[in-house]
Design a binder for this molecule. Sequence first.
Ligand SMILES: NC(=O)c1ccc[n+]([C@@H]2O[C@H](COP(=O)([O-])OP(=O)(O)OC[C@H]3O[C@@H](n4cnc5c(N)ncnc54)[C@H](O)[C@@H]3O)[C@@H](O)[C@H]2O)c1
Length: 344
Amino acid sequence: MSYQREFEKRVNVGIIGVGSHCYRNILPVMNFLPVRIKAVCDINEDLAKLTALQYGCSYYRNSKDMYEKEDIQAVFICVGPQFHPKLVIEALDAGLHVWVEKPIATRAYEVEEMLSHRRDRIVVVGLKKSFMPATQKAIEVVNSPKYGNLRSILGVYHMTIPENGQQELDNKGTPNWLRNGVHPLAFLMAVGGRVSSVTAHTNSFGNGAFIMQFANGAIGNLHMSSGPQPNMENYGVYGDKWQMEINDTKVTLHRGIPFNYSKTTSYIPEGDDSGAVVWNTSNCLATLENKALFTQGFYNETMYFCECVLQGKKPDKGTLEFALDMMKVYEAGLASKGKTIYID
Ligand SMILES: NC(=O)c1ccc[n+]([C@@H]2O[C@H](COP(=O)([O-])OP(=O)(O)OC[C@H]3O[C@@H](n4cnc5c(N)ncnc54)[C@H](O)[C@@H]3O)[C@@H](O)[C@H]2O)c1
């Protein structure tokens, strides 16, 4: 682990959209990345200027001007789903590598358009829940010979699907199902893989159950819950002989005990290869692993992008293809209304 000022090799970057989220999370995570911030760009010139002053870089109101005048290899784009497609394509056409925040777009076809402009450029989409350390552990367990055999996945997320799905699609809307639904979808699809069909059952409030059939035979259930924020998200991953629970930063792998119904007399057998393994953060030290930038996946997703750029490596996580699959599931969710929608 190195800090920005320690890296020998760094990527010259520009940052587009220095609003609320960028200032809270994306600019702070730059401290830990091999980057040199050359410029920021925002149509709000005051914001761009103030931010540039703080970070000791240039500022622009227009991304094209930034591309013409600055010596940059990559951009971080953090604006909003209505604007991302145009900005991503413009950056790719200018020959730049692109990291773009979620949601990538409002429609799946816009991601297909981005793909047609990508050529050999590196694009990583900021789907932090697919990069969370907890998600990486779930993927490791699901793919390990020791555990494997994924059967089902549960996501519980504070979420609704709007009643007027077709209207949202036609108007390129940005419902909560898009803005925040991408978070649990990113987890479920990073762990479960491609989805072949979805069925959404909702009540009059839009809460409900979103059933996903994965191509590998597993089944997923995204329970779109109500309830108070910010405690709003849980996951369960189930294999035939193990279960994993993710509650906030706490990850528990249940391995069970040697068990014989009506014969077993102790729930604590000898040895340490049964029972549960628990991982959790501790908040008593001013270290990195317990910070939201690290626990939620911001560091992993942005560092992965920088490593791909520096090593000329084609990404296989957070790709445009993965984002396209997710957008198809998002659109199917809007169209479902209790019917099963098959995804090619
Ligand atoms: N991953 C997460 O946890 C998370 C959390 C919050 C927001 N987000 C995402 O971050 C993105 C930004 O959200 P936000 O809350 O910061 O919004 P925001 O409105 O505060 O910031 C967006 C900024 O982009 C600027 N902008 C708009 N059009 C532009 C253009 N063409 N060129 C340059 N700048 C332009 C705006 O002036 C604004 O400052 C959204 O996609 C949102 O979904 C992600």
